[in-house]
Design a protein around this ligand. Structure first.
Ligand code: NAP
Length: 533
């Protein structure tokens, strides 16, 4: 006999989990959410490293389903920091009275589907067992840190932190010798934030990043009133754009003259947001020449800021196209390297081989002596959160083993062989990477809630994608992905940051609007591609 019996169990109390819990409770289900963390927030609970902040505009990184909820919170900036975002998610949890149905400090270790009862048995790290009809994973796409990376790490004599496990009380970096490994979106935010505070900073750089300067004005009553008045526009617009942002691709490259194109690029660059990436020219994802022209536009901007051939060589990307993996926004990131207390250490041809008690050791034997090592080394994205749980579907099949061979899902919402397991932020949907996350997570959690409502209304108890339905979606996904230049670049977008992970573009790249239409059409056709019994 299980300790707890539920209709639906939600793993995760971040952006998706909170909303899923709310929706299913509104339907009258016995539902409970579980989270390893001691509070709500998901990504915004864990990533409390120095400088962590949005790079979606705060007013669109919001729940859009409830006008009062939207209007009851006011942002202080266009791109606020982690503390404010965590406060906002606490506001949401309180406003919807969610806490009473969340178990914090609880890690899910195992979930097993019973083919006789058609129910899941879930086990937590404290040994509690939960018997549930539906298992809904809201674990986030970037929640399984790549933290155990180098031999000797545990013997380091100083302090070592992965950015996604930054201590709540912060870390005193004043005057210390600090090394940062990684210069993705996270590393960039850390580096630009701590350079001033530390004694000396060594930044270990393997692959440079295209950097776009963020413009981050403060918001007072006028700006807040302005964006709140736009809620109906956001409700209408965001779910139907290419990436769930307020802006979208409008002009075709070939329709404009070179002067018009340049003016458009300048304009988008000056916006100080991700507009240059997500609303300039869609051809940057498909046409090598356009990709190169836009990449060169960004490189010139970076050169003008660096004005140092050695730094330009190290910090400006040349071997992949702008936007073929996640573009970071930054504030004086490049200028940090002009400081006397900051060194960029190239590790592409002279890699980090191990961590010694005194610091980081490179292949040529050089040792960088450090007091603190910051691992901004990223995540096992999209799949890691679930493969780190022992999930067993039909016939005892293991999700970790299945995805260890081939990463497949049906619309990122279910996996064949795992009945009644509904997923968010997993591969083959835009929510795996190419999306303003709240837009996509709201859409997926609403689809799941609607599917469960449909099942109950039609006296069905089991839903599962058919093998053919899944194959069709995987083939459609791959066709689009293979034609997209994202597939040619190594990054977490293709899983290449995790040794042994099967390569596949994780995100659906057909666009958020098209994806939404496909999922709604399947539902409207009585869940086409899924078997209901
Ligand atoms: P990431 O983009 O995967 O970057 C990891 C970094 O670690 C890369 O620079 C990588 O270099 C480096 N690295 C990994 N192993 C290494 C090794 N053995 N030696 C040297 N360098 C190594 O991870 P992230 O920066 O945490 O970002 C992940 C995602 O989180 C972002 O793309 C974004 O979607 C999200 N994020 C969002 C925000 C926001 O503003 N909202 C902020 C931060 C992060 P290589 O490139 O050479 O592998």
């Amino acid at each position: 006999m299980a300790d707890t019996t539920l209709d639906a169990m939600v793993i995760g109390a971040g952006v998706a989990g909170l909303y899923e819990l709310h929706q299913l409770r509104e339907q009258g289900l016995r539902v409970r959410a579980y989270d390893t963390a001691s509070g709500v927030g998901g990504t915004w609970y864990w990533n409390r490293y120095p400088g962590a902040k949005f790079d979606s505009e705060a007013y669109i990184y919001q729940y859009l389903f409830d006008e009062d909820l939207y209007n009851g919170w006011s942002w202080s900036q266009r791109f606020p920091g982690q503390a404010e975002i965590e406060q906002w998610l606490n506001y949401v949890a309180d406003a919807l009275d969610l806490r009473r149905d969340i178990s914090f400090n609880t890690t899910i270790e195992r979930a097993e589907f019973d083919e006789d009862t058609n129910r899941w048995t879930v086990t937590t790290d404290s040994g509690e067992t939960i018997d549930t009809q539906y298992l809904i994973t809201c674990c986030g796409m970037l929640s399984a840190p790549m933290s155990d990376m180098f031999p000797g790490q545990q013997d380091f004599a100083g302090q070592i932190f992965h950015t996604a496990r930054w201590p709540r009380d912060g870390v005193d970096l004043a005057g210390k010798r600090v090394g940062v490994i990684g210069n993705g979106a996270t590393g960039i935010q850390v580096i630009q934030t701590i350079a001033d505070e530390v004694g000396h900073l060594d930044v270990f750089i393997r692959t440079p990043q295209y950097a776009l300067p963020m413009k981050n004005p403060s918001y007072g009553p006028d700006e807040v009133a302005w964006y709140k008045s736009r809620l109906p526009e956001f409700q209408q617009n965001l779910p139907n754009t290419f990436t769930g942002f307020e802006y979208d691709f409008t002009d075709a490259w070939d329709d404009l003259t070179p002067e018009q194109r340049l003016a458009r690029l300048e304009d988008d660059y000056e916006n100080g947001s991700l507009k240059l990436w997500l609303a300039s020219f869609a051809e940057l994802f498909s046409d090598e020449e356009v990709s190169e022209e836009i990449s060169e536009f960004v490189r010139q901007k970076m050169r003008a800021r660096l004005q140092d051939p050695e730094l330009e060589e190290l910090l400006i990307p040349t071997d992949y196209g702008f936007g073929t993996h996640r573009v970071p926004l930054e504030t004086n990131f490049l200028e940090v390297f002009h400081r006397d207390n900051v060194d960029a250490v190239p590790v592409k041809n002279n890699p980090i081989t191990r961590i010694a008690p005194e610091g980081i050791v490179l292949a040529d034997g050089t040792v960088y002596e450090l007091d603190v090592i910051v691992m901004a080394t990223g995540f096992d994205a999209g799949t890691g959160a679930l493969t780190r749980i022992d999930i067993r579907g039909r016939g005892g099949r293991s999700l970790a083993e299945d995805w260890g061979r081939d990463i497949r899902t049906t619309m990122g919402l279910m996996v064949h062989g795992y009945p009644n397991m509904l997923t968010t932020a997993v591969p083959l949907a835009p929510s795996a990477a190419l999306c303003n996350m709240t837009t996509c997570l709201q859409q997926q959690t609403e689809w799941i809630a609607d599917a469960i409502a449909y099942m109950r209304a039609h006296d069905k108890t089991v839903i599962e994608p058919t093998e053919e339905g899944e194959e069709a979606w995987v083939a459609h996904h791959d066709e689009l992905a293979d034609a997209n230049l994202i597939s040619k670049t190594n990054s977490w977008y293709t899983g290449s940051n995790v040794p042994g992970k099967p390569r596949r573009v994780l995100s659906y790249v057909g666009g958020v609007g098209a994806y939404r239409a496909a999922t709604l059409e399947a539902a409207a056709a009585g869940y086409k591609g899924f078997a209901l019994s």
